[in-house]
Design a protein around this ligand. Sequence first.
Ligand SMILES: [Ca+2]
Ligand SMILES: [Ca+2]
Length: 612
Amino acid sequence: MRIVGIGCCWLWMVQLVAAQVERVEPLHWWAGMSNPDVQLLVYGEQLADKVVSIDYPGVQLIKTHRPENPNYLFLDLRIATAAKPGVFPIRFTETGTEAIVYHYELKARDPELHRLQGVNTSDLIYLIMPDRFANGDDGNDIVPNLHETALNRDSLYYRHGGDLQGIIDHLDYLEELGVTALWLNPVLTNDQPTTSYHGYANTENYEIDPRFGGNEAYRKLIDACHNRGMKVVKDLVHNHFGTNHYTVRDLPMPDWVHEWPAYTKTNYREQVHMDPYASKADRVVMVDGWFDKQMADMNHQNPFVRNYITQSHIWWIEEMGVDGFRLDTYAYNDLDYMAEWATKITEEYPRMTFFGETWVHGVPNQAFFTTGNRINQGVDTGLQGVTDFQGLWAIYEALNGKFGWMDGVVRLYNTLANDFMYEDPSRNVVFLDNHDLSRFYSVVGEDDLKFRSGIAWLLTTRGIPQLYYGTEILMKNYANPDGLVREDFPGGWKGDRVDKFTASGRSAAENEAFDYVKKLANYRKQHAVLHTGKLLQFIPENGVYVYFRYDEQATVMVIMNSNAEAVTLDTERFAEGLRGRRGAVNVVTDEVLTDIGRIAVPATTTMVLELR
Ligand SMILES: [Ca+2]
Ligand SMILES: [Ca+2]
């Protein structure tokens, strides 16, 4: 369906050039982008001596770069506003040989993209590891020309066969739960020999892994989500490529990746970015050291690397209409590059949203990476939001710790009190677990009351809540090794013994958990006060933490009783939040409270009240 006629050109072109121009990336570009410049990477055998020419109205070849490796050329193109969509020949000539012609396409931009909303506080993000959620097409489980062909559902390390069709097949389930956005762990092709299922070692930048269904399945998923008003967050890895990426196997230039005399791991210490006393040696190892042996650390000081990565991200927005980005291993990147990246993305798409993974320790360390230069970082990264690990540890302490001057629920209060360090803390993504962490139900000792209490906090505090697949059905386990928290969603595979996508396949406790999440998530979805309402919190006393979300229309009161005993709360102290309201409805139970002067709060319970 997409531009009939290109197929003929393509066949003709393949016959002419397949031997020498293997790849041109980005695969295609668009007329009418606000940034007129694009840099094409051309890969093929012995291109170094070719003279390149382009003859197409509005497209100017500004410069041909010839890096050390003769198999690469980089072409700087400037595309005038007046350039029309179409296919144009790029000619590669050399004395005494026939010209190679590569047909490159400038597409028309999709006018629908102006509707791009980004992912914001109105959303509930659901994180899926695509290999482990559902297998919608067993025909793609094994792709023989890729390096890893073993499929073994009993192994924590092998592929299990989950794919994008499996996600499409369960969108009803997710919509019923109250999910409005999906974040998938990276889905680009990872043609690595082992443990390629997790997706964090891409070997292609323009291809969805065929084991997930390829680019067409990704388009189908995004369209299916958009048709339901759901969004899709793409997980991006700037920091590294898989070692089987063709540009890593055949480096365009010696400084394409960070090479070390012997394998050098990063030190995983974010502190070196902000430490006024840090040694240069430690900084270099943090940013230029490798995250893992299968993951080549990209040299972000190299402008060709920057262009190659940034353009591929713009391509996925324009090509597929992805709604948001999650930026992996944020602290391991070169921050000057990340600032440039954010500028280029937001100049092209002012409403695009993105948040960075900041698995770091302490609010200042986390805020350091965010936009606004609030603490004189020296670089304004442009990073809108972060994965709020500080909130995560605070809710763990609130649920599992013992109340004290600095402990228990006080940790939650203290953590939010530090929000002044962010330009806009509401853009932070709050969560209870993810693909790298022990599952929340296990963290709270499989205590159903603590589980519900955490869910209530997740869906009422500030920020964009994120749920990890299976948390809603009490999936459990500790992240040691990681595979234990990446188990298959029961029912996602043909022949599974139970199907927990359906109420009849779930136990009573699992249904209770599912229904609890569903009730609060859908309440949140329908009530703007929990998206954009202000937050007002009170100093916790006697193990009870009280906060309000309020706007002109509505007030929601949240009471977190962290005690193992029921309490009766005298609410006089909270008059500022009650704003004259005398009654309430319990959002979870629908129980009506006619007098909220004193409120009975059960043990280990977070009560969510809509004040009347
Ligand atoms: Ca499959
Ligand atoms: Ca790095």
